[in-house]
Design a protein around this ligand. Structure first.
Ligand code: DX5
Ligand code: ZN
Length: 221
């Protein structure tokens, strides 16, 4: 399993310090939430933040684009050093083309689904995803929201599709992930876990990451 701390809940005035702190817990990814104020009702950060973080961390930069029609922004995020770029299916008119553009640049392509978007929508492009199928477990736009439990069935459905077709896509979950909800998602088939407020919202980030890892290790009942 991979844990991806979301810097949306970090201290923006001390971003490098916060990233270094979670890196000490051997995390694999740093999750970067990009919001445009149109696709979601919030504005956060752009490619300049990816560019600034690139030289200060060895972690993979997992960029989650919550923007309308992301194609025009892809070159900047690719150039900035993103390792994974995830776009929303709902925001792309030509999703297949967008995925190919990301992959042709040597970056891993991911697709995200809002809670109300069915997994079936992705069937035609699921085989094109080399890493991330991001299932939102809150409505995107803000950190610190409550996990939507009905998404567990959706995770299972996506997992069945991926397993049956022996595809490469890994299920990532994002929103309301903590030591209670992580094991539920893992049991349903998720392998990558984005966590913002449950890591950066507490004073001891190392302990928070340990608690997430331990929650996954507990025997499933
Ligand atoms: C929500 C973002 C998430 C957010 C998660 O729109 O995509 O990545 O940072 O925050 P928590 O873990 O606090 O729900
Ligand atoms: Zn996110």
């Amino acid at each position: 399993m991979r844990i991806a701390p979301s810097i949306l809940s970090a201290d923006f005035a001390n971003l490098a310090r916060d990233v270094h702190e979670v890196e000490q817990s051997a995390i694999d990814l740093i999750h970067i939430d990009v919001m445009d104020g149109h696709f979601v009702p919030n504005i956060t950060m752009g490619a300049n933040v990816v560019k600034a973080l690139r030289p200060i961390t060895d972690a993979e930069l997992d960029v989650h684009l919550m923007v309308e029609e992301p194609d025009h922004l892809l070159p900047a995020f690719i150039e900035a050093g993103s390792n994974i770029i995830t776009v929303h299916a709902e925001a792309c008119t030509h999703l297949h083309r967008t995925i190919q553009t990301i992959k042709e640049a040597g970056v891993k392509a991911g697709v995200a689904l809002n809670p109300a978007t069915p997994v079936g929508l992705l069937k035609p492009v699921l085989a094109d995803l080399d890493d991330v199928l991001l299932i939102m477990t809150v409505n995107p736009g803000f950190g610190g929201q409550h996990f939507i439990h009905s998404m567990l069935d959706k995770i299972s459905e996506a997992n069945d599709l991926i397993t049956f077709r022996k595809l490469l896509a890994k299920i990532e979950v994002d929103g309301g992930i903590n030591a209670e909800t992580l094991p539920l998602c893992k049991k349903a088939g998720a392998e990558m876990f984005v966590a913002g407020s449950s890591i950066f919202g507490v004073p001891d980030r190392r302990q928070a990451i340990d608690a997430l890892r331990q929650s996954a290790a507990e025997p499933e009942s």
